[in-house]
Design a protein around this ligand. Structure first.
Ligand code: HEM
Ligand SMILES: *[C@@H]1O[C@H](CO)[C@@H](O)[C@H](O)[C@H]1NC(C)=O
Ligand SMILES: *[C@@H]1O[C@H](CO)[C@@H](O)[C@H](O)[C@H]1NC(C)=O
Length: 530
């Protein structure tokens, strides 16, 4: 035999093995937009577009509810807005936070926070006993913390929300100019409600250092750049030990983030000590979540089995997860009211008609408006996951591969990055109707908002609060706070967009309003109603 033939012959078994044992991974054959660069893939289009969704919604239109994108350095990712697929991904133990997200969680919250623990419900499927205990850990920690986030607990916070809302209206009345950037006011208001409801601390008690650091964190979170995207891509490939070592570098950004983590822990720890001391003195500590959870006996252990240091380690998460998310949703909602004067007038009438006793849950337009705001502006519009093992994702609707073949499920391999495309899901015409891209609260009143198919998410079939075992712990808290703030603001002020409104909604870690100077902000003309 000639040498090429020998080579071919010896390669044949390998080739056969490849054909027979090849993973039927379909990802390469899934359609998607071309990648403009090997280094950045499609990430610049996805993350740095002038207006959020510019490319993403066009891709969805072109390629459907599941398509393929490139991350940095040629890594493939799957963008998923198909309801059955999303239902599977958020509930399945086969997925966990993607490395970039895991790194951010580590930096901000450390290793002991609720969100740092994988939310693997069905750990019995896992061969690792290690995961079993992690899953149980998440479940029991979550169950303990949930005491402060049940419907009843949240009703108990109404007076806290009302107090923060009236402080907010006072600040707006006090403001000397008609055009006001409402972002900082709302960020402060939402921080203060969490401080009171969860920690039992007034804003003043949180400490000047923490408040200053919080402002810096909000500012940091409001920047995104090519450099950051590249840095995230590189650090997501580092082994955990190296990343954790790098996290100790003395850069200004890392210093601010480390300070945030330390200040939150110190605050939590101080509160734990205070509550214990108060309980030892026979004082009632049940006024806030930490107090309830620390419902101490003399030995200093808690009835709920939450040790003080575990509770203190949740402080950063709860402060950060609940503040800007709620504030930004409110800001974007108020901007829509400013843009749509007829809607604003209708809402004001509904509030006036209910003025005697505001029964927030039975005000149809108010709640339709909140749902529509969450649908159009999910502050976490994309949430990345990584497959922990090979798995098969079911689809509601078949997709056509580049080979012309139709498939109704997708096989993916361990390590595959999958993006939960929350914003895209919430623009699906098949689910929300032809006007899915319009802000139209009426869809929730006329019953035309989609009500069949997979039930997704804890609220209104939306994924803004995610779904599954890791869904947002504070969603009821957020809804109640938004109801109360919106009623209070809309009955006292009218809102209009400035004539030269240049604000764009961009994805800067989360969705946020960005002014023409690149800073976060949302100036509105706010006029008191006499
Ligand atoms: C409109 C406001 C809010 C939105 C849109 C929102 C959204 C989300 C999302 C998408 C997640 C899942 C993150 C992930 O695992 O990838 C999440 C988790 C979480 N949220 Fe919220 N959130 C909001 C308000 C709040 C509030 C007010 C609190 C508490 C006071 C809170 C506390 C949490 C916590 C503790 C988790 C982690 C849950 C777990 O891992 O088991 N959130 N939120
Ligand atoms: C979520 O996953 C668990 C465990 O795999 C399963 O038992 C349950 O039926 C799933 N829930 C839904 C709503 O699919
Ligand atoms: C509003 O102004 C009054 C009078 O100057 C002041 O007493 C009050 O503290 C201000 N309120 C807020 C929330 O800034």
């Amino acid at each position: 035999m000639s040498s090429p033939a020998i080579v071919a012959a010896s390669l044949l078994p390998l080739l056969l093995a490849y054909v027979v044992f090849r993973r039927p991974g379909t990802i390469r054959k899934i359609q998607g937009p071309p990648s403009p660069s090997w280094i950045f893939g499609n990430t610049l289009q996805l993350l740095l577009s002038a207006q959020y969704g510019e490319h993403e919604f066009a891709w969805q239109k072109l390629y459907g509810a599941v398509y393929r994108l490139k991350n940095c350095f040629g890594e493939e990712r799957l963008m998923v807005s198909d309801p059955a697929a999303l239902h599977y991904i958020v509930n399945s133990s086969h997925f966990e936070h993607a490395p970039t997200l895991e790194n951010l969680i580590y930096l901000l919250y450390g290793l002991k926070s609720l969100v740092s623990v994988p939310g693997t419900f069905c750990a019995h499927e896992s061969p690792y006993t290690q995961s079993l205990s992690i899953a149980e850990e998440h479940k029991s920690l979550r169950a303990a913390l949930n005491v402060g986030f049940t419907a009843a607990a949240v009703r108990g916070y109404q007076s806290i929300f009302e107090k923060a809302a009236s402080r907010l209206t006072e600040e707006l009345h006090n403001s000397s100019s008609a055009t006001i950037d409402i972002c900082p006011l709302l960020s402060f208001a939402t921080l203060s409600t969490i401080g009171e409801a969860v920690l039992g601390q007034s804003p003043e008690d949180l400490g000047e250092e923490l408040i200053q650091n919080n402002l810096e964190i909000v500012k940091l979170a409001a920047s995104q750049s090519r450099r950051q995207i590249l840095a995230d891509a590189v650090t997501s490939r580092l082994p955990a030990w190296l990343f954790r070592a790098a996290a100790r570098l003395p850069t200004p950004t890392l210093k601010t983030i480390r300070a945030a983590k330390r200040l939150a822990y110190e605050l939590g720890d101080r509160i734990v000590q205070e509550k214990r001391a108060a309980a030892r003195d026979g004082l009632d500590t049940d006024g806030d979540l930490f107090g309830v959870l620390l419902n101490t006996d003399a030995s200093g252990t808690t009835k709920n089995g939450l040790a003080g240091d575990v509770l203190a380690a949740q402080t950063a998460l709860i402060l950060i997860a609940g503040q800007e998310t709620t504030a930004t949703t409110l800001v974007l909602a108020l901007r829509e009211l400013a843009r749509l004067p007829a809607l604003q007038a209708d809402l004001r009438s509904e509030i006036a008609a209910n003025a005697e006793s505001l029964a927030y849950d039975s005000m149809p337009l108010l709640n339709a408006f909140i749902k529509e705001s969450l649908r159009m502006f999910p502050v976490v519009p994309i949430d990345d996951r990584i497959a922990r093992q090979d798995t098969v994702i079911p689809l509601s609707e078949k997709i056509t591969l580049s080979t012309g073949e139709d498939i109704s499920e997708i096989f993916i391999e361990k390590g595959q990055i999958v993006s939960i495309a929350i914003a895209s899901f919430q623009r699906l015409k098949s689910r929300w109707g032809k006007d899915a891209h319009e802000f139209n609260p009426n869809r929730w009143l006329q019953g035309s908002a989609y009500s069949g198919g997979e039930a997704l998410g804890p609220y209104a079939n939306l994924l803004s609060f995610l779904g599954g075992p890791h869904n947002c712990l504070g969603w009821r808290f957020a809804i109640s706070e938004m109801q109360i703030f919106i009623c209070e603001l809309v009955r006292r002020f009218s809102f209009a967009l400035p004539e030269d409104d240049t604000v764009r909604i961009r994805l800067v870690n989360t969705l946020m309003p960005v002014m023409s100077n690149g800073q976060k902000g949302a100036p509105l003309i706010v006029s008191p109603i006499s």
